[in-house]
Design a protein around this ligand. Structure first.
Ligand code: KG4
Ligand code: ZN
Length: 344
């Protein structure tokens, strides 16, 4: 089943053509350069950039499938779109385009939760069907992105139970805010990773590991951010130790994630992890998860290709493929509306 999927949940305009778990093409038009000088995503700029670029990105995704089996909208079986969660004005652009295409070409429409996409991202395959892993439910799922930090039991296809989430800032957001305080620009995660790798001294300062004493599986990163702020404010000369600070701050965030995951493994007795979201692009974090799972003789699955860690339409198309198999299409296309705070 050929699906054209659209994701405009935040600051990437992305369109993919998928066939089951296989990605035939995926185009991401990033807006990072537009938002960089403001130090974060500006909704009005995001909306406008999505509107200006969406047609081009749809065309590119179709074109990139290749000349041999030229892919036009007529050959597509269904249109998929991220309905939420995300930035309302940004989601709206993708939804409008998806509705327009579904009507114009008389296609079925499938709505997808962006978080589902991140959860399925480790199972997304390239056009040669790699990686060849199969599903072995249940999994303990973890989404670690700029907008979300969530634990879920991934019980079966399209069946989830949320067992923990952040009470305030997401893990990626904490990294971005710390980077901003250090004057490193946006998004901060990749920059912090690079600097942390150069310095290595993660023990330069021991920042707090929030919520580790609480028995639940929730996170809270805003206190850590505040502690970082005051640390810099009270000792401005340390601002120059940007590598050590990046390393120590990153370690506080990651150590919290790892310890909570260990708690989740013990509580759920599930030792197979599926991890998605922008922050899992980080190699230090991947190593920490691998070390943890060794201890529990389980397995941990990450997205196989870097583009699948951040926002992309490929993961949305793959989820839509599973929804199509179950006949989960949008009943009334006109009624479909964005769900900026949609949870799993
Ligand atoms: O999944 P994503 O692209 O967008 C959301 O849905 O939020 O995640 C973006 C987040 C940002 O906070 C960014 O700083 C973080 O992922 N990130 C990283 C790395 N690459 C992106 N964090 C740590 N290390 C990285 N290499
Ligand atoms: Zn995302």
């Amino acid at each position: 089943m050929l699906i054209l999927a659209i994701d405009t949940s935040c600051d990437e305009t992305s369109v993919a053509i998928t066939d089951g778990r296989k990605v035939l093409s995926n185009v991401i038009y990033s807006q990072v350069l537009l938002h960089k000088k403001w130090g974060g995503v500006v909704p009005s700029i995001a909306k406008r950039a999505h509107e200006e670029r969406i047609d081009f990105v749809v065309e590119e995704a179709l074109r990139k499938v290749g000349n041999k089996n030229f892919c036009s909208l007529q050959n597509i079986d269904a249109i998929a779109v991220t309905q939420g969660p995300g930035l309302a004005v940004a989601l709206e652009v993708g939804i409008k385009k998806a509705k327009e295409l579904a009507k114009k070409y008389n296609k079925k429409l499938i709505s997808v939760n962006h978080l589902e996409g991140h959860l399925y991202s480790p199972f997304v395959q390239n056009s040669q069907s790699n990686p060849k892993i199969d599903f072995k439910f249940p999994y303990l799922g973890l989404i670690i992105s700029g907008g979300h930090t969530e634990f879920v039991i991934f019980k079966n296809h399209l069946e989830y139970e949320v067992i923990g989430s952040t009470l305030d800032d997401a893990a990626g957001e904490a990294l971005d805010k710390a980077a901003k305080l250090l004057g490193l620009g946006y998004p901060g995660g990749p920059m912090i990773e690079r600097l942390a790798k150069e310095a290595g001294n993660k023990d330069f300062h021991n920042f707090p590991r929030p919520m580790l004493k609480s028995n639940d599986l929730n996170f809270s990163f805003s206190g850590l951010k505040t502690s970082f702020y005051y640390f810099l404010k009270n000792q401005p000369h340390f601002t120059l130790r940007v590598k050590e600070l990046s390393s120590s701050f990153q370690e506080a965030v990651f150590d919290t994630l790892i310890k909570k995951t260990e708690k989740a493994i013990k509580q759920t007795k599930i030792n197979r992890l599926v991890i998605g979201g922008g922050v899992i692009a980080n190699m230090r974090l991947r190593k920490l998860f691998r070390d943890l799972i060794k201890k529990y003789q389980g397995e941990v699955l990450f997205p196989s290709y870097k583009y699948l860690t951040g926002d992309n339409a490929a993961m949305i198309g793959v989820v839509a493929g599973f929804k199509a198999k179950k006949g989960l299409f949008v009943k009334d296309i006109d009624e479909l509306d964005r769900l900026p705070r949609w949870s799993l």
